[in-house]
Design a protein around this ligand. Structure first.
Ligand code: PLP
Length: 393
């Protein structure tokens, strides 16, 4: 039977597209029993805190295992609203919140709310790998706008303005995966101005909002005139080490949230109640855990930057999130060739910058997701490898 064009073209290059070949090769090597240091993906080496697991178990054993409310349990929606209001100063209530299966489903729900079939969504290159599929899944066309390494991967107003004509939505991410950029107030004001001028929905992916090493996270929903056109995507995956719980949310105008109810009914039918209870406990009682997780990545980021100082690898210290982007152009190689050679010769797996778009070509992304000393040792080997290439070039 014929499959739809939409499902066949979601991933562009397909699940084993070039950008992921290093990752899949590393997985194959591990499966064959070869040791590989995995610095590829944003999965924590830490485990979910026991008090969150206890809350989940108590909830399930207490009987919260039936169908849940599609928009989310009132208590959890209130907890999310209170957190967002406290952090941003923007009045936020239960009616502004839908609970979703992770930030990923929140991104998809937001795209579905913003786009009609055939509409264009702008995404910023380099981008988190799932963004194009999220746009295409909602029937939209992807248009990229480049954020330059020379501009610290901040999205520049002129480039955005030039790309915005005829678009319906803009998807941004701050703190940013893969680059670690945290958008400045100036950047966000430029974005807000362009969104208002071109009448764009702004989808603001803030899943790393609590992981800021330097500067401050500003939510663009708090800028004048933006609350009515901004859909904020949040998640507990990164902040509370709950990736497998699939717990995220969209915060936005009440009419948009209410409209997403139909999507939840037609897809997930809501997030399991015992997961929602665990999430509410994480939000209401997890401040210390969240701070510890954030401090862990800041410490590793500092150690990673120190380990590479003075080497053939240029690093602009990331301001947030849980990755470090390395500029390896001095080796004369592209990111993909470098990452594959590093894997074959040193058994270290990193993501080529090219997996995230064109703007990060000549870079590789390192996830700070292994124990500190092993990470530092791997980065020193990576630096020596880069130096050997530079000398040979
Ligand atoms: N957005 C960004 C920028 C991410 O890096 C990720 C996960 O790595 C997600 C969204 C999806 O996160 P979740 O686990 O909440 O679906």
């Amino acid at each position: 039977m014929k499959l739809s064009t939409r499902i066949l073209t979601l991933d562009g290059g397909g699940p084993r597209g070039d950008g992921w070949s290093v990752y899949y090769r590393a997985r194959d090597m591990l499966a064959a029993g070869e040791p590989v240091t995995m610095l590829c993906i944003g999965e924590h080496d830490r485990k979910t805190a026991p008090f969150i697991l206890d809350a989940m178990e108590a909830s399930a054993r207490g009987g919260n295992t039936g169908y849940a409310l599609a928009l989310g349990q009132p208590g959890l929606r209130d907890a999310i609203a209170e957190r967002v209001a406290a952090e941003t100063g923007v009045p936020t209530e239960r009616g502004n919140v839908i609970v979703t299966t992770g930030g990923q489903a929140a991104l998809f729900a937001s795209m579905c709310a913003a786009l009609d079939p055939g509409d264009t969504a702008l995404i910023v290159d380099p981008f988190y790998a799932t963004y194009p599929a999220t746009v295409r899944g909602a029937g939209g066309h992807v248009r990229t706008v480049k954020a330059r390494p020379e501009a610290g991967f901040q999205l520049e107003r002129a480039a955005l303005d030039a790309a915005a004509e005829g678009a319906r939505a803009l998807l941004i991410n701050t703190p940013h995966n893969p680059t670690g950029a945290v958008y400045s107030r100036e950047t966000l004001e430029g974005i807000a101005e362009v969104c208002i001028r071109h009448d764009l929905w702004l989808i603001s992916d803030e899943v790393y909002s609590g992981q800021v090493h330097e500067g401050e996270h500003i939510s663009p929903r708090a800028l004048p005139g933006m609350a009515e056109r901004t859909l904020v995507v949040g998640s507990l995956s990164k902040s509370h080490v709950m990736t497998g719980f699939r717990l995220g949310w969209v915060v936005g105008p009440e009419a948009a949230i209410e409209a997403m109810r139909g999507l939840a009914n037609g897809t997930t039918y809501g997030v399991p109640g015992f997961i929602q209870d665990a999430a509410e406990t994480a939000l209401r009682e997890g401040a210390a855990e969240e701070a510890e997780v954030a401090a862990l990545y800041t410490r590793r980021r500092n150690r990673a930057v120190a380990a590479l100082a003075g080497s053939a690898v240029a690093v602009s210290p990331p301001q947030g999130a849980m990755y470090v982007m390395l500029d390896i152009r001095a080796t004369g190689m592209g990111g993909e060739a470098f990452a594959m050679a590093l894997l074959e010769r040193e058994r270290i797996a990193v993501m080529p910058g090219e997996s995230f778009g064109e703007a990060a070509a000549g870079h590789v992304r390192v996830a700070l997701t292994i124990e500190d000393d092993a990470m530092v040792a791997a980065l020193r080997r990576l630096a020596r490898f880069a130096e050997s290439l530079r000398e040979a070039a």
